[in-house]
Design a protein. Sequence first.
Lengths: 114, 108
Amino acid sequence: ETGVTQSPTHLIKTRGQQVTLRCSSQSGHNTVSWYQQALGQGPQFIFQYYREEENGRGNFPPRFSGLQFPNYSSELNVNALELDDSALYLCASSSGQGTQETQYFGPGTRLLVL
Amino acid sequence: AQRVTQPEKLLSVFKGAPVELKCNYSYSGSPELFWYVQYSRQRLQLLLRHISRESIKGFTADLNKGETSFHLKKPFAQEEDSAMYYCALSPGTYKYIFGTGTRLKVLA
């Protein structure tokens, strides 16, 4: 069984640029959630994808968007990067959309916006 | 507003001493509560959830709806318990709201 993987591990961008982060879900999982974790904070829910559809969204602006592919891997896209977007981005996969299913987290992508 | 508060950023205890990591929440309905743990150089992982009422690695947590708390407890701390602990709430859907975390240091 392969765990959740994320790429890249680190990324440096400048303000105004766009970025795409990738997540491969654990084998057998059809649900991916994305979180932003700023320094010294807990993870903040961005959105969740279930079977290629956005299932729910947290308090993030539309410039945060995502995709889920038929193999259930997922992308997080952030447009018009701002300095405050600097954070660790985590994805988590699970075998269903409800909270009764355990989320398994990836190692994260650390994004620095200059 | 839905909120999770972990008042302690850092908690240091000696090995063998009892541990209590505090978590208070703000939610008007019946939430699901969780504790997540992140050991050094490892991923964030689920430790326990209130609905299953289980004890994991000697840790327990009881949901107190009157005090809106879900404190994590262990009677005798071990050095391997040193980690970052996050309390999380879900209103029962897809969404999780995490607290800011408490770093537990168990001293030899």
